[in-house]
Design a protein around this ligand. Structure first.
Ligand code: ADP
Ligand code: MG
Length: 507
């Protein structure tokens, strides 16, 4: 290993990984990743879902310990065994779903946030200092506001401020613009530029090639737990990136949707618009899986949010030919739509309730008679679902928060199976799910379709869309750019479309 020996060798990379490996129970997420992050550069990290991006940054920020390999800081090996270790080295991250301490003000979050028992000063002094920091960063925000009142964008900016004043050396941004407006993106990019000028190294994870080109000095592309390539700014082209991202041998899940749709249109959507989504129309027949893909934040999520009654929308929606009005999640459910959101922990499960109770929740009306819930019937019902979905561990009484992401996802799906919905909407159903559970989730989705439901699958994973869908739509920058049977589009073409490329379809 040719690591520079001199400490503070300003010519060498700030941080390097050498043959980094990470073995999880079912899978090897990193198979020897060697990458170099230079001082004062914005380094893009790209790769398809499951390529290992999150695992790599979680190792750098002390969330996971590596199973092999080394991390070098200024040429010297460092041990990062906890987030505190990472923090001491000056490595920090802002995750997409960045969270602050809700009961604290902006100022308290900036100064006290990560420092339990830190030096205590008066509230006035804390807020004065926070105001100074935000001023230095060029952010206008009332330091006395409670964190719980901040938008997603403001939360990210405040999280950045907590890193800014601690003079972090390496900051990871995980899909930071997914929930930001164009104006907010400009503010964020301005900040990134300031960090860069101060010599901070930024690792920027994104699927948006336009943004990557705009701010990244170099990028590293991961594929199947390995470095596929590192490119300089001038080498970043759509074709090159797509080619380097696409796995040559994708693991065969031996699942395919050969088409179960029958003639009857169940879901008929006309001129639906919501948020950044421009009006679009589509129909889903009984037994059909419609896959909607595109970059995260590009508008595909709005389809699910509108149909799930989470966001306001315009347009006409018919189910089984009858017009329905959806203005709330309850209204959506009453219309026959079950939505399995991505943010399942917060939106769909009660973490402290048992697995059985979570699963039986929507069924309690049917299972109770005269307001009494027959405990035995509830258990029998829930156990049936648990068996059918192979939820692990097979412990109905265990609070659902103790299950892994994949098994929580099964619990959410199980919860809606009994609801006998006409339309099922899945949003990123395998995000954060361990590989073992992916196949069962896929089989369950196809089973719902086979049983005659109309299924809408919203996913940023091209592979998943190709595996499960009968029909595919691509939404980019709020526009529908592709809508055709799956057979008319290859995996590579989908990826290109999702990255914002012009359609290169034969049709
Ligand atoms: P990316 O962020 O590029 O989408 P990840 O780093 O999240 O990829 O995942 C890489 C691989 O490791 C995937 O196959 C994923 O299923 C697996 N994986 C990630 N986290 C875990 C975990 N905690 N347990 C088991 N497998 C995991
Ligand atoms: Mg990830």
């Amino acid at each position: 290993m040719a690591a520079p020996e001199t400490p503070n060798d300003s010519a060498g990379p700030l941080v390097a990984t050498v043959d980094l490996e990470k073995q999880f129970a079912g899978t090897k997420a990193l198979k020897g990743v060697s990458a170099q992050f230079l001082r004062g550069e914005v380094h893009g990290l790209l790769g398809e879902n499951g390529a290992g991006k999150s695992t790599l940054i979680k190792i750098l920020t002390g969330v996971y310990a590596p199973s092999g390999g080394q991390i070098l800081l200024e040429g010297r090996p460092v041990e990062i065994n906890s987030p505190l270790d990472a923090h001491r080295l000056g490595f920090g991250a802002v995750y997409q779903d960045a969270e602050l301490v809700h009961g604290f003000t902006v100022g308290e979050n900036i100064l006290l946030g990560n420092e339990p028992g830190g030096a205590f000063v008066s509230s006035g002094a804390i807020h004065e200092e926070a105001r100074r920091i935000l001023g230095e960063m060029g952010i206008e925000l009332d330091v006395y506001r409670l964190a719980s009142t901040l938008s997603a964008a403001e939360t990210q900016l405040v999280t950045l401020a907590t890193l800014f004043h601690r003079r972090y050396k390496l900051i990871v941004l995980d899909e930071p613009t997914a929930r930001l407006s164009a104006h907010e993106v400009d503010i964020l990019f301005g900040l990134i530029d300031r960090f860069r000028k101060q010599g901070v190294t930024l690792i920027y994870i994104s699927h948006r090639l336009g943004e990557i080109r705009r701010i990244c000095d170099r990028i590293t592309i991961l594929r199947g737990g390995r470095v596929s390539a590192t490119l300089d700014h001038s080498e970043i082209t759509e074709d090159r990136v797509t080619e380097l991202m696409v796995a040559k041998s994708t693991e065969d899940l031996r699942i395919e949707n050969d088409g179960f749709s029958t003639g009857d249109v169940v879901l008929d959507v006309e001129n639906l618009s919501a948020g950044n989504l421009e009006p679009l129309s589509f129909r889903v027949r009984a037994g059909e899986v419609l896959g909607i893909t595109g970059p995260v934040g590009g508008g595909m999520e709005q389809v699910a949010r509108a149909l799930g009654g989470i966001t306001e929308h315009e347009g006409r929606i018919r189910i089984d030919g009858k017009p329905v009005t959806i203005s709330s999640p309850y209204g959506s459910l009453r219309s026959g739509i079950a939505i399995i959101p991505e943010d399942r922990r917060r939106q769909a499960l009660f973490p402290n309730l048992s697995l059985a109770n979570n699963i039986a929740l929507p069924m309690l009306e049917n299972l109770s008679r005269l307001g009494l819930v027959r405990e035995d019937r509830k258990s029998r019902y829930a156990e049936g679902i648990i068996k059918r979905l192979a939820v692990h561990p097979d412990l109905p009484a265990l609070p659902v928060k103790f299950f892994s992401g994949g098994n929580q996802q099964k619990a959410v799906i199980g919860k809606w199976m009994g609801a006998k919905a006409k339309v099922y909407i899945f949003v990123e159903p395998t995000a954060g799910v361990d590989v073992g559970a992916i196949k069962e989730i896929y089989l369950t989705i196809l089973e719902l379709a086979k049983a005659g439901a109309a299924v809408v699958l919203v996913s940023s994973a091209a592979e998943e869309i190709m595996t499960l869908s009968e029909t595919v739509m691509v939404v980019h920058d709020g526009q529908l750019v592709h809508h055709a049977p799956k057979a008319e589009c290859s995996h590579d073409q989908l990826l290109t479309l999702s990255l914002g490329g012009r359609p290169k379809l034969a049709v």
